[in-house]
Write a protein that binds this ligand. Structure first.
Ligand SMILES: Cc1cc2nc3c(=O)[nH]c(=O)nc-3n(C[C@H](O)[C@H](O)[C@H](O)COP(=O)(O)O)c2cc1C
Length: 400
């Protein structure tokens, strides 16, 4: 994956300009001084003044004004998805939407079992179901209509005559973003999730709220993050999905960006002034953020549990429930940050034939077999508004 300004890229959640962190300790005047001359040019080319605007972001702004099948399909494209790979191809007719996996967008080292890829497709399916339901349509979803080995992941048949369900969740679609910033210490009232947590057959949510368990899980996340960054091949694969300049965002319209890393406004601005940095420095920042921000400020963790994480249908259904959880969090004003380092390492170790160092502790935290813990995330009251992530245009992903 080409990237114009760097030769090497950081893993998901990583932020590539270590020097910007140092700038957080500087005064506004110092940073402003950097903004003139060469820094000012970099600020423009790296999108310091155009975050969240322009073609890669237009779907977020236009979604509410779309109608009919286009609005339903666009809801799918705005779904959360792993590393913002946007792993879908969608065939749209008046009353039928066929969702296909795009195998060229899989990440075999970071997602060896494909659980995230197929969960991401499930997220898109569910966003479409929610948008259709709120628009007064009924939906009939058939997973893998051509068999489990097929790329044809789902068929959604739309009919008139729905009761307009899921309006609150649909209204949250253009406001839902992954929030990787710090969360406040205020506890989260999980009652708001109850109605949604049993909406998808075969998938459920386990909550980890107890302080001691959160600490243990936090340590496991940090250890898994360290293991990913120590694995050059896995880290390098993730790095190919980081878009560090505005030019590469405009070119690819996918992947992770500085705007999505949950940085404070001044730090983000400073990061855009500075040259992109190496994969290793980005990795070091990611480990630090996982320890000092992500796990340190998680008010609660959620785990999407299924009967068997290797089952394709369970992966898609787990993603469908995840999409509902994320939209519910948005509707409740909560931040949600997907965090899958532990399961990425479990799958990587299994595929590579390495000793399994995470499953036993993952299972102990879940109080059930590791083979049932599909995906995980943290939630909390966010301190910062999350940035928008780019999306490819409907023309790029939808065929008639
Ligand atoms: C199945 C799945 C796994 C994900 N895993 C992670 C993760 O481990 N770390 C992370 O920071 N974000 C993760 N994400 C969030 C995506 O990176 C994010 O959805 C994507 O970049 C698009 O951004 P948005 O959610 O703000 O629209 C995951 C999302 C999905 C659906």
């Amino acid at each position: 994956m080409a990237n114009d300004t760097v030769t090497d890229e950081p893993p998901e959640t990583a932020f590539t300009r270590r020097d910007a962190l140092k700038l957080t300790g500087l005064g506004i005047g110092s940073v402003a001084a950097l903004g003139v001359g060469v820094g000012g040019v970099r600020a423009i080319t790296n999108g310091a003044f155009s975050a969240g605007s322009g073609d890669p972001y237009e779907l977020w702004h236009d979604w509410a004004s779309l109608s009919g099948v286009e609005r339903v399909v666009a809801a799918g494209v705005l779904a959360c998805n792993p590393h913002n790979t946007q792993p879908w191809r969608i065939r749209a007719a008046a009353d039928t939407l066929d969702v296909h996996s795009d195998p060229s967008r899989r990440m075999p080292l970071n997602d060896a079992s494909g659980r995230e890829h197929f969960a991401g497709l499930g997220c898109a399916v569910e966003n479409m179901v929610i948008a259709a339901g709120a628009a007064g349509l009924t939906t009939k979803v058939t997973l893998f209509p051509d068999g489990l080995a097929s790329d044809h992941v789902a068929r959604i048949v739309l009919r008139e005559g729905g009761s307009g369900q899921d309006r609150d969740l649909a209204a949250a679609i253009p406001y839902r973003h992954t929030n990787r910033g710090p969360y406040k210490s205020t506890p989260v009232d999980l009652a708001g999730f109850t109605e949604q947590s049993s909406r998808i057959d075969g998938a459920r949510v386990l909550w980890i709220t107890d302080g001691a368990a959160r600490e243990r899980l936090g340590r496991l996340y940090v250890e898994a993050t360290e293991a990913i960054t120590a694995d050059t091949a896995q880290s390098a694969e993730a790095f190919t999905w980081f878009r560090s300049s505005r030019g590469s965002i405009d070119q690819h319209r996918d992947g992770l960006t500085l705007d999505g890393q949950g940085l404070g406004g001044l730090t983000l601005f400073a990061a855009k002034l500075l040259p992109a940095q190496s994969r290793k420095d980005g990795d070091a920042y990611w480990v630090k953020a996982t320890r000092e921000v992500h796990t340190a400020t998680a008010a609660a963790y959620g785990v999407i549990a299924v009967d068997d994480v290797t089952d394709r249908t369970a992966q898609v259904n787990g993603g469908r429930l995840l999409a509902r959880m994320h939209l519910t969090a948005t509707a409740l004003g909560l931040g949600l940050h997907h965090m899958n380092q532990i399961t990425e390492r479990i799958d990587r170790d299994t595929a590579a034939g390495n000793p399994d160092v995470f499953s036993a502790r993952w299972a102990a935290l879940l109080s059930r077999p590791a083979s049932t813990g599909l995906l995980s995330f943290r939630i909390g009251h966010p301190e910062r508004t999350a940035g928008l992530s780019p999306r490819r245009s409907l023309d790029d992903v939808v065929t008639g």
